[in-house]
Design a protein around this ligand. Structure first.
Ligand code: NOJ
Length: 553
């Protein structure tokens, strides 16, 4: 999630932290070591998630149009090992199998996204609607409902139709607002009788910053200092328009809710007695979550973003701020367009003040913030380079949402951890630990009065992890990508999460420790199954023209 340029900053500071300041900070001061046994409020919704491009595969099947991710991943050198989402988990062909995995977990909800170019191949509704694409989502939704699993649907999880990128420049262009609204209206019309939870966008921070500023994600543009702000501006307007469309045209009959899923790392001041660090940490969160949440809840960008980007833009010789502004009409149109807030959260950073002189840096989203990110070398980092396990940051972020945005209804839309490259270990004890601690911090936040209604473990399956390809596995279920049939195998965390769900929390220490022990015991048999299947598929692969034909689970 964090771009590589931010890693290098982090790494430099990890060293500094190790060398000079270990004893300057009392790491236990945050009071986060105790575990809270107890249960969640009745009706709390437990789920798992996925997204279309990351899991469906079938990139060119049944009339689907190209998305910017199809095109981007087919360019050499953009994705680890040149992986693509062409077939991914083959989710498009495995609705029944995957719904049975959800039933096994006893999920209350499943979060997935609809691929815009699968429904509208060019992105422009008046061109053509692909009925086969509609049928696929119809089938998925119906299977979920038959299994008493609530569908929670994201309209945009990054797969913009390629035609819209080529013709208009994608999210750099205001015309996306109307095209997206037409796509959303089609979804409300066709699926809204059964889908009651909608999210307009998933993690627009990544779309804006990684798609249009650093270019690490599709469409791969590097419009430093302006691209991310312009993309975000149009996304916020598109979100508001879709919310109003639902509110005025569909809510009456369909009685659903429309929110947005925002991601946010927590930023903790390095030195809590230093005012400059406190302000820098506040800026970190405001430039991350606040960038999108503040317009949606309060009608405008965070003051600190307007101040910092505005001042730097002037110093750099721009006539106006690189951060666009909303007109008074737009502010009141955007304010309050959120029936619930989706929060995707994975990790935390320590933050310290660091000036980035305007003239020298030339201006970018990252330097506009005037801060540096640090990590504690003692934080566990079981998977992705950027993902340190810091559970207490989750509680702080949730409390921040409560206090900044008037205690809105929150659904946690993503939370989870990956594992190191090429790891084939199903006994994922570290993931159990991560879920246990993060879910517990969420429970503490609810006790603090934060209005969290549901939690979505990220992710149901291992899947295509964007520019990291298949090298980072977030799944509760392992997917054998080397086998053409993409069989799924339960990791130990499936057993653990299942118990959390059936107990609606953590009843007592003895039981929770028991779950964990049992989960790790049972996974060794899954490990053996996987190893046997791999041996078998290797033998098959060595014989010419023979592929394994059936799942071996
Ligand atoms: C957030 C993105 O929404 C999701 O697609 C991705 O898998 C996770 N971050 C993990 O990087």
């Amino acid at each position: 999630m964090l771009p590589r340029c931010a890693f290098s900053v982090c790494h430099v500071f990890v060293l500094v932290l190790c060398l000079s300041s270990a004893e300057d900070f009392d790491w236990t001061k945050n009071g986060h070591s105790s575990f809270h046994y107890g249960t969640f409020p009745a009706g709390f919704s437990w789920g798992a998630g996925s997204s279309a491009y990351q899991t469906e595969g079938a990139w060119d099947k049944d009339g689907k149009g190209l998305s910017i991710w199809d095109v981007f991943s087919h360019k050499k050198g953009k994705i680890q090992r040149n992986d693509t989402g062409d077939s991914s988990c083959e989710g498009y062909h495995k609705i029944k199998d995957d719904v049975s995995l959800m039933k096994e977990l006893k999920l209350n909800h499943y979060r997935f996204s609809i691929s815009w170019p699968r429904l509208i191949p060019t992105g422009i509704k008046s061109d053509h609607i692909n009925e086969k694409g509609i049928q696929y989502y119809d089938e998925l939704i119906n299977h979920l409902l038959e299994s008493k699993i609530t569908p929670v649907v994201t309209l945009y999880h990054w797969d913009l139709p390629q035609v819209l990128q080529e013709k208009y420049g994608g999210w750099q262009n205001i015309s996306m607002v109307n095209h997206f609204n037409e796509f959303a209206s089609l979804c409300f019309e066709r699926f809204g009788n059964r889908v009651k939870y909608w999210m307009t966008f998933n993690n627009p921070w990544s779309v804006a910053v990684e798609g249009y500023e650093t270019g690490e994600h599709a469409p791969g543009l590097r419009l430093k200092g302006t691209g991310a702000y312009r993309a975000a501006h149009h996304i916020i307007k598109a979100h508001a328009k879709v919310w109003h469309t639902y509110d005025t045209q569909w809510r009456g009959k369909q009685k659903g809710l429309v929110g947005i899923s925002l991601s946010g790392d927590w930023g903790e001041p390095v030195d809590i007695s230093n005012q400059k660090d406190i302000e820098a940490a506040e800026r970190y969160v405001q430039f991350f979550l606040g960038w999108f949440a503040t317009p949606i809840f309060h009608g405008d960008y965070p003051q600190v973003m307007k101040d910092f980007v505005g001042r730097k833009s002037v110093q750099q010789g721009h006539g106006t701020s690189r951060l666009p502004s909303f007109s008074p009409q737009e502010k009141s149109y955007i304010k309050g367009t959120c029936d619930f807030l989706g929060i995707g959260h994975f990790t935390t950073r320590y933050i310290t003040q660091k000036n980035h002189p305007s003239a020298r840096s030339g201006g970018s989203y990252f330097t506009d913030r005037d801060l540096a990110e640090l990590v504690d070398p003692r934080w566990p980092d079981p998977g992705s380079e950027w993902l340190y396990s810091v559970p207490w940051g989750f509680r702080r972020l949730l409390n921040f949402v409560k206090s900044q945005y008037g205690n809105p209804m929150i659904y946690v839309t993503e939370n989870g951890v990956s594992e190191k490259m090429l790891c084939t270990e199903l006994c994922d004890d570290w993931r159990i630990q991560y879920f246990k601690d993060y879910i517990n911090e969420m429970l503490k936040a609810i006790k603090d009065g934060v209005n969290v209604k549901g939690y979505t473990a990220w992710s149901l399956l291992d899947k295509f992890e964007w520019d990291e390809g298949y090298s980072e596995r977030f799944g509760l279920y392992y997917v054998d990508f080397r086998n053409k049939n993409k069989p799924r195998y339960p990791k130990a965390s499936v057993q653990f999460y299942k118990r959390v769900i059936s107990s609606n929390g953590f009843p007592n220490q003895r039981e929770v420790e028991n779950w964990r022990r049992k989960a790790v015991e049972t996974c060794s048999s899954s490990n053996q199954l996987l190893a046997a299947a791999r041996r078998k598929s290797k033998e098959h692969a060595e014989m010419p023209k023979v592929w394994p034909m059936h799942d071996e689970v």
